[in-house]
Design a binder for this molecule. Structure first.
Ligand code: F6P
Length: 324
C-alpha cells in the first residue's frame, strides 16, 4: 500500500474533519501518500482530487462540516459510474479507500469492493448513531449537546409562558437523538421511530402532568416518530383534546448537524482514523472501524450495514420514571 484515498459521503456530521485529519496524518506517519477525494463518490467519478499532506489539515480538528465536502451520488449507483471511479483511482495509483459516512456510503463501498476487489475501510460518520458495530458514530455526541442546549433555551420560554412545546429533532429512522436528549433536557414525553407509544398515552401523560402541578412541558419528537403525526399535527391534536394547553412547535433542523465537534467526537475521530489506516496497512479490507466497549474494533462492512439495531428500552423506562 503506497497511497490511500479518503472521502466523506452522505449527511455531514461534526467530527468528519477530525477524522480526515487523522487519516491524513496517520498516512504521513507511516510514509504513505493520501489523496483527498472531494464530494464523496461523485468526486471519485469526476476525478475531483487533491493530495493531502499533514500540513493541509492544520486547524480543522475544531471545525464542523467536512473540508472534502459531501454528496449523495446517484451516478455511483450505476455500473458505469463505478467503472469511471475505479479508472480514476487506478490512474492516481490509489491502493485503498477510507470512506467516512453512514450506511448508504458503506453500501457503496461494499459494492465497489465486490466489483473490483478494491480495499475499503469505513469510518462511521452520522449524527443519528444508527450504525451497527459502534456504540458511537462521529457527530452524535456533538449533536446531543447541540440539541440539549437548544431545548434548555426553549424551556425558558415554555416555563415563562406556561406552554407546551413539541420539539422536533433529527432521526428519520432512529430515535437515539430524541431519547437521549429527551432525558438530558427533562422532556415529559419522547416520541421515537422504534416504538409507538400511542396518542392516548401522550394525552394521559400531559393531563397528569398538568394535574400534578407542572406549568410547562417539553415533548421531544424524532422526525420519523412512529406515532404517525408530525409535530404540527401533534400540536393540533393536543389543542383539540386538551384545550387547557397553550402549544408551540420548534423544529431544530439542520443546526443539529453543524458546529464545532465535542471533545468526545474529536478523540473518537482521531482513534478511528488511526485504526482505519493501520488496518489497511495490515492487509484488512471491507471493515468498519468502531468503538465497542470503549475499544476500537473492526466490524465487517456487511454487518455494519445490515446488523440489527435496537433502542435501549431501559432508557424509555428511565424517562418514564423521571417524569413522575
Ligand atoms: O444525518 C442524518 C440525518 O440527519 C437524518 O436524521 C435526517 O433525516 C437526514 O439526515 C436529513 O438529511 P438531508 O437534509 O441531507 O436530506
Amino acid at each position: 500500500i503506497r497511497k490511500i484515498g479518503v472521502l466523506t459521503s452522505g449527511g455531514d456530521s461534526p467530527g468528519m474533519n477530525a477524522a480526515i485529519r487523522s487519516v491524513v496524518r496517520t498516512c504521513a506517519f507511516h510514509n504513505i501518500e493520501c489523496l483527498g477525494i472531494y464530494r464523496g463518490y461523485q468526486g471519485m467519478i469526476e476525478g475531483d482530487f487533491k493530495e493531502l499532506g499533514p500540513r493541509s489539515v492544520n486547524n480543522i480538528i475544531n471545525k464542523g462540516g467536512t473540508i472534502l465536502k459531501s454528496a449523495r451520488s446517484k451516478d455511483f449507483m450505476t455500473v458505469e459510474g463505478r467503472k469511471k471511479a475505479h479508472e480514476n483511482l487506478v490512474k492516481e495509483n490509489v491502493d485503498a479507500l477510507v470512506v467516512i459516512g453512514g450506511d448508504g456510503s458503506f453500501t457503496g463501498a461494499e459494492v465497489f469492493n465486490n466489483e473490483y476487489g478494491f480495499p475499503v475501510m469505513g469510518i462511521p460518520g452520522t449524527i443519528d448513531n444508527d450504525i451497527f458495530g459502534t456504540s458511537y458514530t462521529l457527530g452524535y455526541d456533538t449533536a446531543l449537546n447541540t440539541v440539549v442546549e437548544a431545548i434548555d433555551k426553549i424551556r425558558d420560554t415554555a416555563s415563562s409562558h406556561n406552554r407546551l412545546f413539541f420539539v422536533e429533532v433529527m432521526g428519520r429512522d432512529a430515535g437515539h437523538i430524541a431519547l437521549n436528549t429527551g432525558i438530558g433536557a427533562g422532556a415529559e414525553e419522547i416520541l421515537i421511530p422504534e416504538e409507538d407509544l400511542g396518542l392516548e398515552r401522550l394525552l394521559d401523560s400531559l393531563k397528569r402532568s398538568k394535574e400534578s402541578g407542572k406549568s410547562s412541558s417539553i415533548v421531544v419528537v424524532a422526525e420519523g416518530d412512529k406515532i404517525g403525526k408530525n409535530v404540527f399535527e401533534l400540536k393540533d391534536y393536543v389543542e383539540e383534546n386538551l384545550p387547557e394547553y397553550d402549544v408551540r412547535v420548534s423544529v431544530l433542523g439542520h443546526m443539529q448537524r453543524g458546529g464545532s465537534p465535542s471533545c468526545f467526537d474529536r478523540v473518537l475521530a482521531s482513534r478511528l482514523g488511526v485504526k482505519a489506516v493501520e488496518s489497511i496497512l495490515e492487509g484488512k479490507s471491507n471493515f468498519m472501524v468502531g468503538l465497542i466497549c470503549d475499544k476500537v474494533a473492526l466490524t465487517p462492512l456487511e454487518q455494519a450495514i445490515k446488523g440489527s439495531l435496537s433502542i435501549d428500552t431501559e432508557l424509555l423506562r428511565v424517562s418514564d420514571i423521571m417524569t413522575t
